[in-house]
Ligand binder design. Structure first.
Ligand code: TRP
Length: 325
């Protein structure tokens, strides 16, 4: 049985790109009976950017509700909030002490963020070691991540190997499991969907808001109704293709190529599908948002399970380093 672990940052309500690219594939892996899975909300990582307690809490609720609404089964998966397992911050200190400053300086994510953000704090810099701690604390074998996280996984493997080299087999060396699709979900502007680009689609919104986003934000060329249109060059078609059957997708592609079918028609079909295909998740999501205590109970139970594993690993490393375990 392989142990799979992944985390999502609680920087806000997950959008369609997060859901299709990361959350649903992770849930599929988690639900596979051959896997033993750990999924958590990385709310300690969020503190690098969010300094508002109400918002931090609210974001966690939104993220947890999303995972549960998208089919995560907390009976099968250890589902928890990172900050409920303080063992993680202790381990991250140890890791920091074994990872060269000069290597951490090479992290792309830090460079990207420090160029963009006003609050360039040391937490942002140490971020990869907190992430390594999330992974090594639970003896994960595989870590499903997007391409942007691969370097963090390399650093995780690196720091674990350095410690193993010095102290014996303290850590399992994890492998990244690249989620290719995470890169392929276009936002309304055709670029990768991401919060910072402000091109996201929120599938939990009501029909009216989804309609507004699609109609206003997706720019289409102004070819006349009769003209033949290239589906492969169209964000409307790409998004539609991601959520419908291959029959429906081929039908829209044919319609676009044939001419006499406008972008307005295509947008209308996309809106209908977005509303329909996420209907059950939307309903569950709203249920959890309106019953936050249910979510809290799930996370508390998950934290108890996670802590058991975390304590065992922490004892191992404490003992190796020469602390009381
Ligand atoms: N850094 C990841 C992201 O931004 C989130 C994360 C934190 C994570 N800890 C992790 C992912 C551990 C996988 C494993 O997406």
């Amino acid at each position: 049985m392989a142990r799979i672990l992944t985390g999502v940052q609680s920087t806000g309500r997950p959008h369609m790109g997060n859901i299709l690219g990361a959350i649903i594939p992770a849930i599929e892996l988690a639900n596979n009976p051959v896997n033993d899975s750990f999924l958590f909300i990385a709310d300690l990582h969020s503190l690098t950017q969010i300094k508002n307690p109400k918002q931090l809490k609210e974001n966690t609720l939104q993220v947890a509700a999303t995972w549960l609404a998208c089919g995560l089964n907390p009976e099968k998966t250890t589902f928890y909030r990172q900050s409920d397992v303080p063992q993680c911050t202790e381990l991250s200190w140890y890791l920091n002490c074994f990872f060269p400053y000069q290597r951490l300086k090479l992290a792309h994510s830090f460079k990207d963020k420090s160029d963009r953000l006003e609050d360039v704090n040391s937490g942002l810099f140490a971020y990869p070691m907190l992430m390594a701690s999330d992974i090594l604390l639970y003896d994960a074998d595989y870590v499903p991540v997007g391409k942007d996280q691969l370097q963090h996984l390399e650093m995780t493997r690196d720091v674990a190997s350095r410690i193993n080299h010095k102290y014996g087999e303290v850590f399992i060396i994890p492998e990244a499991k690249l989620q290719k699709d995470a890169q392929l979900i276009p936002g309304t502007d055709g670029e990768k969907m991401s919060k910072s680009r402000e091109n996201t689609i929120d599938v939990f919104e009501n029909e009216k808001s989804i309609k507004k986003i699609i109609n206003k934000n997706i720019i289409t060329d102004n070819s006349p109704l009769e003209a033949s249109k290239d589906p492969n060059n169209s964000t409307v078609f790409h998004l539609y293709n991601l959520i419908v059957s291959s029959e429906k997708s081929s039908k829209m592609a044919e319609n676009l190529k044939a001419g006499g079918y406008g972008w307005g028609h295509a947008k209308k079909e996309l809106i209908e599908e977005l509303v329909k295909s996420f209907a059950s998740q939307r309903e569950k999501f709203n249920h959890y948002i309106n019953h936050p205590q249910e979510v809290e109970d799930v996370l508390q139970k998950g934290a108890l399970k996670a802590k058991k594993v975390a304590d065992a690993t922490l004892n191992r490393i404490r003992e190796s380093l020469g602390y009381n375990s």
